[in-house]
Design a protein around this ligand. Structure first.
Ligand code: NAX
Length: 328
C-alpha cells in the first residue's frame, strides 16, 4: 500500500472546507489508492475551532477507507509540518467599510506568515494551491515569503473560472464537456480574467467555426463567466463553495496525476511568456506531467485578446504594488 500523503488545508471550518475535505478524504484529489492525512488550520477563535471539531467528527463518521489521520491546528507551523500538498483556502473576507487596499493588506499579512511557515516545515516539494482571495496576489506573497521552496510550486486557482467557461461553451455548441479541449482562462482570478476559446475544439472541430459569433463571445460569454461568482451570491446568498472545492480538487489532481497532453488552466508564476512579467502569478494554459506543469507557449494573441490580457495584468500589478511594502 502507498504511504499516506499529508494535505494541509487552511480555512478548514469554512464553506469551501465543508465540501473540500470530504472530496479529498474520498480519494477524488489524489487517487483512489492514495491514503491521506488531513492537517487542518483555522484561526484560534474558540467558536471556529469548535466548528472545526464538528467537521472532524463528521469526517470520522464517513469512515473513509483512505483517511489515515486528521489533526486540527491554530498555528501554521504545526499545520504545515511535512505537508505534501497545501491548500490555502482561508483568507480575510471583506468586512463592512473595508477598502480594497485594507483587504489586500490584511491578506498579505496572513499569506506572509503562511509562506514562512511552509518554508520552515513543509515537504521541500510541497505543492501549494491558493484559493483564498485575492488568490493570485496571495499566492505571490506566499511564494515570496518562502525563498527556500521552489517558486514553481506556488499556484493560484483559476480552475473555477476555467470550469465555468467550459460548461458555457459546451452548452453553446451542444456537446458534453468531455468533448471540449484547449479551452483556458488568462489572468487574475477576478472579474477581469479572460476566458479564451480561440484554440478550443469540440470533438476535434475548431470552436470558433462552431460559434461564429463575436458578439456572443464579447456580450454573453465573457460577462457570464466573469460575473458568475456574483450571480451565485445573488441566488444562494452565499459564495460558490461546492464548485470552488471541486475546482481545487481538479487543479491538484491534474497537477499531480497529469493531464495526458490535454490543456487546462492554472495560475502559475510567469516565465515571461506572452509578455507577462516573470514571477507574476497568472492564469495560463498548461499541460502537466509527472507532477510538473508546462505553460503552453507560442499561441497567437490577437488585438481583442491582447486588450483583455493587458487589463487583467494591470489589475494584478496594481494589487502587487499595493502590498509590495509588506514584503521583505
Ligand atoms: P468562509 O468565510 O466560509 O471560510 C473561510 C475560513 O477561513 C473561515 O472559517 C476563517 O475562519 C478561515 N480563516 C481566515 N483566516 C485564516 C487564517 N489566517 N488561517 C486559517 N484559516 C483562516 O469562506 P469560503 O466560502 O470557504 O471561501 C474561502 C476563500 O475562497 C475566500 O477568500 C473566497 O473569496 C475564496 N474563493 C476563491 C475562489 C477562486 O476561484 N480562487 C472561488 C471561491 C471563493 O470565493
Amino acid at each position: 500500500a502507498k504511504a499516506p500523503m499529508r494535505v494541509a488545508i487552511t480555512g478548514a471550518a469554512g464553506q469551501i472546507g465543508y465540501s473540500l475535505l470530504f472530496r479529498i478524504a474520498n480519494g477524488d484529489m489524489l487517487g483512489k489508492d492514495q491514503p491521506v492525512i488531513l492537517q487542518l488550520l483555522e484561526i484560534p477563535d474558540e467558536k471556529v475551532q469548535k466548528a472545526l471539531s464538528g467537521v472532524m467528527m463528521e469526517l470520522q463518521d464517513c469512515a473513509f477507507p483512505l483517511l489515515a489521520g486528521i489533526s486540527a491546528h491554530s498555528d501554521a507551523t504545526a499545520a504545515f509540518k511535512d505537508a505534501d500538498v497545501a491548500l490555502l483556502v482561508g483568507s480575510r473576507p471583506r468586512g463592512p467599510g473595508m477598502e480594497r487596499k485594507d483587504l489586500l493588506e490584511a491578506n498579505a499579512r496572513i499569506f506572509t506568515v503562511q509562506g514562512k511557515a511552509l518554508d520552515a516545515v513543509a515537504s521541500r516539494n510541497v505543492k501549494v494551491l491558493v484559493v483564498g482571495n485575492p488568490a493570485n496576489t496571495n499566492a505571490y506573497i506566499a511564494m515570496k515569503s518562502a525563498p527556500g521552496l521552489p517558486s514553481k510550486n506556488f499556484t493560484a486557482m483559476l480552475r473555477l473560472d476555467h470550469n465555468r467557461a467550459l460548461s458555457q461553451v459546451a452548452a453553446k455548441v451542444g456537446k458534453p464537456v468531455t468533448a471540449i479541449e484547449k479551452l483556458f482562462v488568462w489572468g487574475n482570478h477576478s472579474s477581469t480574467m479572460y476566458p479564451d476559446y480561440r484554440f478550443a475544439t469540440a470533438d476535434g472541430q475548431p470552436i470558433p467555426e462552431l460559434i461564429h459569433d463575436e458578439a456572443w463571445n464579447r456580450d454573453v460569454f465573457l460577462p457570464i463567466v466573469s460575473k458568475r461568482g456574483a450571480a451565485i451570491i445573488e441566488a444562494r446568498g452565499l459564495s460558490s463553495a461546492a464548485s470552488a472545492a471541486n475546482a481545487a480538487v481538479n487543479h491538484v489532481r491534474d497537477w499531480l496525476l497529469g493531464t495526458g497532453g490535454k490543456w487546462t488552466t492554472m495560475g502559475v508564476p510567469s516565465d515571461g511568456a506572452y509578455g507577462i512579467p516573470e514571477g507574476t502569478i497568472f492564469g495560463f494554459p498548461v499541460t502537466t506531467e509527472n507532477g510538473e506543469y508546462k505553460i503552453v507557449q507560442g499561441l497567437d494573441i490577437d488585438t481583442f485578446s491582447r486588450e483583455h490580457i493587458e487589463q487583467t495584468l494591470k489589475e494584478l500589478l496594481e494589487e502587487r504594488e499595493s502590498i509590495q511594502h509588506l514584503l521583505s
